[in-house]
Design a protein around this ligand. Structure first.
Ligand code: PMP
Length: 390
């Protein structure tokens, strides 16, 4: 039987990691993998997480099953940060998921179970979005995410929404767009919320990088604006970047409705999907987040660490933007883009030359993780870019 299986394409980013690891050059630069890095190139455990883990070690008295919805203390502790202090709590409920990936999966599955047939989505997007939509068996309808000038293409989104049919949902990145770094401006979010207010299209908002753009509150602007304008929406959330918990797989899926029965059914359907998929999410990372958010000192420590990450990203982006024009690449937009990622308009040959000649590794799409740049290597990167794109 198993001989019938078709070969699968290798994951390009994982293949890139292998190549990077095998490269003996001491000054090689990894701009591929999507994790935050310090100025020393490390991805350390947050101090706040370490402190919460100490508490867990000392105080956790059972590892008995929790249930498909996971740690509800964690799920509820996040609500004020995501939805705002004043959000009407009766409109929202959630459940824990294995990372933001699990949350996106739950959102798309629940959308399908509610009768959604098509997902509208700006491209390029995080590649797993399209894979999840396909795995769930929904149709993907794409539109352009960015304009030729590297701004968010509001007209393309508005045209897609105008052409949408009842039974469509739209998948939007809440902040720090992956892979472009190009977010909708506040004025654009206002316009998007106004369009979505007619309820024709169900908004699904993926917030995987809250706090890495302009701050926890500012990065929730679009999500909160949309939720203020519509009666129903789904949200996929990840704590893997803003708490540095990547491999612990910490996320949450939320439904927002103004109908209590619909809300309960959204959760019941999410729990059914979870039960048949992973049964229950991993506990450890979510428990650590709950402990942080329920302790004022630890919350302060965590927010301070998030500020440091954001300040470093701002420094990298300022330095890149200050280079203005490097060969054929206009660097100015990198200064206003948000989060870890940006796309450089490079050809396949140029990306290959950066790797082979200069030991600089980035995705074949031209996506860079700007967190891979440090005081020690940013000048080399800019010079190498000038060399290949000159
Ligand atoms: N959504 C987006 C836009 C992402 O970029 C990612 C992760 N790279 C995720 C969701 C999923 O994150 P997680 O690692 O928590 O599964």
């Amino acid at each position: 039987m198993l001989e019938n299986l078709a070969a699968q394409p290798a994951d390009a980013l994982l293949a890139l990691i292998k190549l990077y690891n095998a490269d003996p050059r001491a000054d090689k630069i990894d701009l591929g993998v999507g994790v935050y890095r310090t100025a020393e190139g490390a991805t350390p455990v947050f101090k706040a997480i370490k402190a919460a883990e100490q508490k867990l070690l000392a105080d956790q008295d059972s590892k008995a099953y929790l249930g498909p919805e996971g740690d509800m203390g964690f799920v509820h502790a996040l609500i004020p940060y995501v939805f705002g202090q004043d959000f009407d709590r009766s409109r929202v409920e959630g459940m824990q998921s294995p990372g933001g990936t699990g949350a996106v999966r739950l959102a798309i599955e629940v959308a399908k179970r509610s009768g959604i047939k098509r997902i509208l989505m700006g491209t390029p997007s995080w590649p797993n979005h399209a894979q999840i939509v396909a795995a769930v068996g929904l149709e993907l309808v794409t539109f352009k995410h960015t304009t030729a000038d590297g701004l968010a293409d509001l007209d393309a989104l508005q045209a897609a929404l105008a052409a949408a049919q009842p039974g469509d949902a739209v998948l939007l990145h809440g902040c720090c767009h992956n892979p472009t770094g190009v977010d909708y401006t506040e004025a654009q979010w206002d316009a998007i919320a106004a369009t979505l207010s007619d309820g024709k299209v169900l908004p699904i908002i993926d917030l995987a990088y809250q706090g890495l753009g302009d701050g926890m509150e500012a990065d929730a602007y679009g999500l909160r604006k949309v939720l203020g304008a519509v009666s129903e929406a789904l949200v996929a959330y990840s704590c893997d970047k803003n708490f540095g918990l990547y491999r612990d797989r910490v996320g949450a899926f939320y439904a927002v409705t103004s109908d209590a029965t619909a809300l309960a059914n959204a959760m019941a359907n999410g729990a059914t999907v979870a039960r048949a998929s992973w049964s229950m999410p991993p506990d450890h990372g979510a428990a650590a987040v709950r402990l942080i958010l329920s302790d004022a000192e630890l919350t302060k420590l965590w927010l301070g660490e998030l500020d440091e990450m954001r300040d470093r990203m701002a420094w990298v982006r300022e330095r890149l933007a200050a280079a203005q024009q490097v060969g054929s690449v206009n660097m100015a937009p990198l200064g206003i883009q948000k989060g870890l990622f940006s796309m450089l308009p490079l050809s396949g040959e140029q990306i290959l030359a950066l790797r082979e000649k200069h030991g600089i590794y980035m995705a074949g799409s031209g996506r860079i993780n700007a967190a891979g740049l440090t005081t020690g290597n940013i000048d080399k990167f800019i010079a190498a870019l000038g060399d290949v794109a000159g």
